[in-house]
Structure formats: C-alpha cells, structure tokens
Ligand binder design. Sequence first.
Ligand code: PLP
Length: 402
Amino acid sequence: ESMFSDIKIAPPIEVFSLTAKFNEDNRPIKVNLGVGAYRTNEDKPWVLPVVRTVEAQMACDTTLNHEYLPVGGLPEFSYNAMKLLLGDDNPVFTENRVLGTQALGGTWGLKLAAEFMHRHLGVDVVYVSKPTWGNHKGIFKDAGFSQIKEYRYWKADTRSLDIDGMLEDLKNAPERACVILHGCAHNPTGVDPTNEQWKMIADVCEERNLTIVMDIAYQGFATGKLDEDAAAVRYMQSRGFEMFIAQSFSKNFGLYNERVGNLVTVTKSNDAVLKVKSQMDLIVRTMWSNPPNHGARIVCSVLNNPGYLSEWKEQVKMMAERIRMMRHQLRQKLISLGTPGSWEHINTQRGMFSYTGLTEAQVDVLQSRYHIYMLKSGRINMCGLTSNNIDYVADAIHAVVS
Ligand code: PLP
C-alpha cells in the first residue's frame, strides 16, 4: 500500500494542457493561440537583443558571483523597476514611502501581497474581475482568503467594459476588502478602463476604503509606450492610496522562466515602510528565502543604462506593434470575408490577448476541425498569429461563425 494511493488526480491547468495537446497534434497545419508568451512573425520565442547583450557581458564579468541576494532582493533592481512604473520624479522616492520587494515573477508578487494582507492587515475578502487571469483566485485562496468574489467587468453583448456593473459591485464590497485591478492590457479581455473610468473606480475605492492591489504584467504591451501604460497605476497612486502593485518583467523583457517580479508597497510614511519591510522579509524567508539573481540583474542593468534603456524601449515597441498589426489584419480579413458580427473589438482591445467572443462550441470546432487551439473562453494570444497563418485562421473563424 502506497501512502500516495488515495491521492486524487488534480484537474488539468487549461493553458498548459492546451499546449500539450497542441504539441501532440501531428497535423502539418496547426496554430497555437493559447500560450501566454510573445512569438515572432516566424512563430518563435524571442530573446530580446538587449537581453542577449547584457547576458554576454554578465558571463564575462568576474566581479559577479553566486552569493545569496538579500532576502528582499537586489535593491537597485527594485528601485529601477519602481522608477519605471511610478516615474523618475515621483515624490514617493524623495519622501521614502515606497518599498520594493523582489519576487518570483508577478505571480509571487501577488502571493506576497496576499500573504501580507491576510496575516497583517486582517483582509479576508478579495474581488477579482469577471473574468480574470486564471491564477488570481487560486493565489488568494491559498493565502487563506475566505471569500473570493468577482466584480463585473466584461459585457458580452457590447464586447466592452461593464463599467456600471463594476462600480456597483465595488460599491457593495465590504470596507477594506481587497480589489485586484489590472494596470493595463487586461488579461484575458484586452479591455482597459478609460481615464474617466479610472477616476470613477478610484472614487469608489476611496468611498469603500478598499485595499488596492494593482497587477501590472504587461507594461509596454498596451500602447507600446512604457510611460503611457503606467498611467493608470500612476493615477491611482497620485490619488493618495496606500496600495500594493505587483510588477512582472516576464513579458516585457521576455524573461518568462527567470521569474523576475517586484512587489511595490506604497505607504503614507517612511515609518510604515520600515515596519512593512521587516514583516515582508519574514514572509519571504519562509517562502523562497531569497530570490534568484540572473533575471533581476539583467533588468537592472538595462534600466540603469540610458543606451540599453532606449534599445529596450524600441524592442518593446516592436512587440506591441506586431501585435497591433495582427489585430488590424485579422479584423480586416474577417470584414472582407463578410463574417457575421462586428469585429471592431479585436482592433480596439489592447495587449497580448483578445477576447474574441467566440463561443465554447465554436472553439471546439476550431480545435477539432482546423487544429487551431485557444482557451475555452475564446481568448486568443494575438502573437500566435503570423503572416503565414492569419489567412488560415480568419477563414476558419469565418467558417465556424457563419
Ligand atoms: N498577472 C497577470 C494578469 C498575468 O497575465 C500574468 C501572467 O500571465 C501574471 C500576473 C504573472 O506573471 P509571471 O509569469 O511574471 O508570474
């Protein structure tokens, strides 16, 4: 008798099992629109040239070693990451009321915030957008939150933001409940609030005294510009909230497997920073003890060097523009095929993903008949589209919708 004999097989994680199925599919023509990573027009992963340059230098730099980093990570990485997010001349820096804690990607930044809120702030309820990134609920549940609630976000009939529903749900949230807001390029819908809508969202957060966590995993992917994509985060911070921001460099540096993230804590005073840091370090100590160096060192070296920084900004812009081009072309092709329905949303949604509005039944047929793989929700990764497969995908969508 094995001690593991009663273990139940867990349900598969959709996004990974989809890729496994895709890899097993031996049809010559197949398309994976499921993955959450950038692909070139040749359908290949992309190591950013500026990352290659810095890695080559690091390999020869004999001043570097493999000693443990501090528990909270590389301080100059966190500092530069926060300047990229909040703006160089943000008063939080001179007033010393912001803390950066290096985390293992955006995922662990969120986990760290969740653990902190649950252990130290007595926050027990979290609101996530409906729909949201597939991992939000699980992270907060595992951190001990007793209620995982949803606020309305996607309006299926108009394929746009349900701002009234969102505001109403947040107005009904209990005081101090945590709300997760996507900083830009909302995953999975690609729909972000406008400036006026952010103001209304901030008003409700203030009125209900909500505990804000902003999740920004795609800075640069929405507009191609780093500052513009940080506008919502900067606006919320400028309203005077104390808040958490989970920053990820997986996508905008293409450093997915290096696990580079930063949890930003904005406080009202320097005194709070010192207290929060001491407790944050204790949480990290039992979770990963201290973070990996390689990816954070790369990001830090790029952000610190004006030449590399402008190279990187160009490379981010290239990624965003390729995605925008694919959006535009897919919409054009569907229109010229006369595919029923409006496809304008594909063009106006931002970031890596598009919520197509395809039904689960249509998604099934696309997979079984056309070998085009996407999430059941109809979310597609725009970078899975290339000049080679876009006609094939548009024809297939046309066929299943018509
Ligand atoms: N938040 C959102 C909305 C995401 O889409 C992702 C990644 O897909 C993450 C956080 C986490 O990213 P990371 O891979 O850096 O942990």
